[in-house]
Design a protein around this ligand. Structure first.
Ligand code: HSE
Length: 436
């Protein structure tokens, strides 16, 4: 069979990994794909850097349009990222009847519905394994491996930068700003670290997983997103004393009322495997009704780990290129005409447990006032920690863990607690998941 021809848009970290792994493992990949896979053209910004990588073996251009309009190219691999140029080139490639492989989580999370519709109309495939959790084949697992299950929830550490920062803060007692600089120097953080530390990158990935798990259109704009920038070292320490670790989790759950879609720092029991995922590693925990809990762990970023996912998609497409489009795996696992309109719930409707830290006067009746307010909102306390005031201080910290309750109840209770004369400043609220 004649080789399948590939065009690359972008030859940065993931692009060069893709080029190198395809070349290194070409024989084995060909035995798996049934055809040779050849890179025909790469479009890059930095030609000199690209020359060093491709060493005269592939034509280098600076205009991505030459790749998406190339008559011989069957598959376009988009590794530019972002929404503007990348989206335009992906839609042009589809319009030209080319299959697309992309690592672009923002594109799929925000414009997935439009991209999939265009691809469906043209009968081409769009594959995006590398968009979520780098080298971990989580899309494949959710879309195919777990297809028998009614997925109940997913909880993932899906941003390596923030996991690295939280691990270092906990291990070495360093502050947030110092560790962020280290993460940038190590190349973990996105070009704009805001996307990592504010939880946006994780929300892109979570949005994609939720769509596949529950068969809903991608709805990034409905995700609740809270990053780690306001997280204080004190809370990491108190959480540890109570037997919990704080992780930036992407959580999506199906409930009677709808779908929860939320990214925020979360306390999880330290005995859970996922609580022990440290440094820049990623892990995704999926609960299905038939299989129970399954955990996927690995590198969520990096040149060759991400290339591993990109190439897996290229091989999938190569195998299925001649299949009738109706018989291919649907983009979001569910048939396009069988997607559901389940509501994505606002954060106020979410049910979870909470960690509350408040600074109070150490005098009789203060605790009674606080617990009375919690009881009036039917909020039950699961655990409590009170420190002795420091030398010469009359105020101290009280930390409470609650049982499950609804977010709007907790917010209303916090407003009343903060209004008490014996409570200083604001109450710190973090969410807690038992993940059992
Ligand atoms: N910046 C991302 C992370 C990697 O830290 O996990 C690419 O998604």
């Amino acid at each position: 069979m004649k080789p399948i021809k590939v065009g690359l848009l972008g030859l940065g970290t993931v692009g060069s990994g893709t080029f190198n792994v395809l070349k290194r493992n070409q024989e084995e990949i060909m035995r798996r794909a049934g055809r040779a896979i050849e890179i025909t053209m790469v479009a890059v910004r930095n030609v000199e850097r690209a020359k060093d990588i491709v060493k005269g073996e592939v034509e280098i251009v600076t205009d991505g349009n030459l790749v998406v309009n190339h008559p011989d190219i069957d598959i376009v691999i988009e590794l530019i990222g972002g929404n503007d140029i990348a989206k335009d080139l992906v839609l042009k490639a589809i319009a030209n009847g080319k299959h697309v492989v992309t690592a672009n989580k923002a594109l799929i999370a925000k414009h997935g519905n439009e991209v999939f519709k265009a691809a469906q109309d043209k009968g081409v495939m769009v594959a995006f394994e590398a968009a979520v959790a780098g080298g971990i084949p989580i899309i494949k697992a959710l879309r195919e491996g777990l297809t028998a299950n009614r997925i109940q929830w997913i909880a993932g550490i899906i941003n390596g930068t923030t996991n690295f920062i939280l691990s270092e803060m906990r291990d070495k007692g360093l502050d947030f700003a110092t560790v962020l600089k280290q993460a940038q120097a190590l190349g973990y953080a996105e070009a704009d670290p805001t996307f990592d530390i504010e939880g946006i990158d994780a929300a892109h990935k979570l949005t994609i997983m939720a769509s596949i798990a529950f068969g809903i259109p991608t709805q990034f704009d409905k995700a609740y997103i809270e990053g780690i920038t306001k997280l204080e070292a004190t809370d990491i320490e108190y959480a540890e004393q109570l037997g919990y670790r704080i992780k930036l989790l992407g959580i999506t759950k199906r409930s009677e009322a709808g779908i929860e879609l939320r990214v925020h720092p979360t306390l999880i029991p330290e005995k859970r495997l996922i609580a022990n995922v440290e440094g820049a590693m990623n892990a995704v925990l999926v609960q299905g009704d038939a299989v129970g809990a399954t955990l996927y762990y690995g590198k969520g970023a990096g040149s060759e780990p991400t290339a591993s996912s990109v190439i897996a998609d290229v091989v999938d497409i190569t195998r299925l290129a001649t299949a009738d489009p109706e018989h291919r795996v649907p983009y979001l696992a569910f048939q396009p005409n069988a997607l559901s309109d389940l509501t994505v719930l606002p954060i106020s409707e979410v049910f979870t447990s909470y960690y509350l830290r408040m600074r109070v006067e150490d005098k009789p009746g203060v605790l009674a006032d606080v617990t009375k307010i919690l009881a009036s909102f039917s909020i039950s306390i699961d655990a409590m920690l009170q420190k002795e005031p420091g030398e010469g201080e009359s105020r101290t910290d009280i930390i409470m863990l609650t049982h499950q309750t609804q977010e709007k109840n907790v917010d209303a209770a916090i407003a009343q607690i903060e209004a008490l004369a014996s409570v200083t400043g604001s109450v710190t609220k973090l969410r807690l998941e038992e993940l059992s």
